[in-house]
Write a protein that binds this ligand. Structure first.
Ligand SMILES: [Zn+2]
Length: 131
């Protein structure tokens, strides 16, 4: 399949968004789809077991700078998604994107412009000011 640009995706979502056209439907479906993304990751841990989460408080050396901090930070993830879990999580993320773009469409927001602004912001701020 060819790469898809933001405008093509936004136009397709607009074409398909008939049933849940109300902003109330889109907001609640967007939130629901986000919860389903999180649940699919949790199920990869608790039902499948292809990934594990191990977390504990991290004690950082007192004089550490932000550049050195990345050497001490962890993802708390072990393992690798199996094909089945990967497929499910990708499907849930795709559904979440659908409602994100639906929200953009209803509010006349250009996803490409949002990406550009965010890219510019993170490029200027770098890793030091993200929270
Ligand atoms: Zn799995």
């Amino acid at each position: 399949m060819r790469d898809i640009d933001c405008k093509t995706f936004q136009d397709k979502v607009d074409e398909l968004l008939v049933r849940h056209r109300s902003i109330l439907d889109v907001l609640s479906k967007f939130q629901e789809s986000n919860a389903r993304v999180n649940r699919s990751v949790v199920k990869a841990v608790t039902n499948c077991g292809c990934i594990n989460i191990t977390a504990s408080k991290k004690d950082l050396p007192p004089d550490i700078d932000l550049e050195q901090m990345k050497n001490f930070m962890e993802t708390h993830l072990q393992g690798k998604l199996c094909d089945s879990c990967k497929e499910i999580i990708e499907m849930e993320l795709g559904n979440n994107l659908f409602y994100l773009v639906s929200l953009c469409n209803l509010l006349n927001l250009d996803l490409s412009e949002i990406l550009k602004k965010e890219y510019g912001k993170i490029s200027i701020l770098g890793k030091f000011n993200l929270s």
